[in-house]
Design a binder for this molecule. Structure first.
Ligand SMILES: [Zn+2]
Length: 171
């Protein structure tokens, strides 16, 4: 099933999600399937569970946009273990539609996470994948990409969003 994407302003996006302790269950498998489906429907390359209203440390990533199944990644209870180099580029978030900002990130990033069966793995990604590891792991700790931009730009963005909320254009 396709879940609607929770938008900025909902507190679920700004608190640390709960760890996942049960693996290999039909419920988890179904939930992961729904997360991929919701991500593709929203045309994203990554989706974190809080973005569909579940405060659990689960994220899915596919930087191939559904083109290459081997690039589908499940990150459960992820932590970033290594960040090397630098990249600067535009970043957006499905929960903050209509906005994009330049964000400095590491260029080579290693994440340690569990898969659907609970097996711990490490994976290193570069460029877009590195950015996705950082962006999605941030989500699971209640951090949005706008915490990485200047306070001035962030305030401006929040003001525009408030305006849209008042006009009923943000829900
Ligand atoms: Zn996001």
């Amino acid at each position: 099933m396709i879940y609607p994407i929770v938008k900025f302003g909902d507190p679920v996006l700004e608190r640390e999600a709960d760890d996942v302790t049960e693996f290999g269950t039909p419920e988890l498998d179904k939930f992961l399937e729904d997360m991929f489906e919701s991500m593709y429907a929203a045309k994203g390359v990554g989706l974190a569970a809080p973005q569909i209203g579940f405060s659990r440390k689960i994220a899915v990533i596919d930087v191939s946009n559904g083109e290459r199944p081997e690039e589908k990644l499940v990150l459960i209870n992820p932590t970033i273990v290594k960040v090397e180099g630098k990249q600067e580029g535009e970043e957006g978030c499905l929960s903050i539609p209509g906005f994009r900002e330049q964000v400095k990130r590491g260029r080579l990033v290693t994440v340690r996470a569990q898969d659907a069966k609970g097996e711990v793995y490490e994976k290193t990604g570069e460029d877009l994948l590195a950015r996705a590891f950082l962006h999605e792991t941030d989500h699971l700790y209640g951090r949005l990409y706008i915490t990485h931009i200047s306070a001035l730009k962030r305030d401006l963005m929040k003001r525009k969003i408030k305006k849209m909320q008042r006009a009923g254009e943000w829900s």
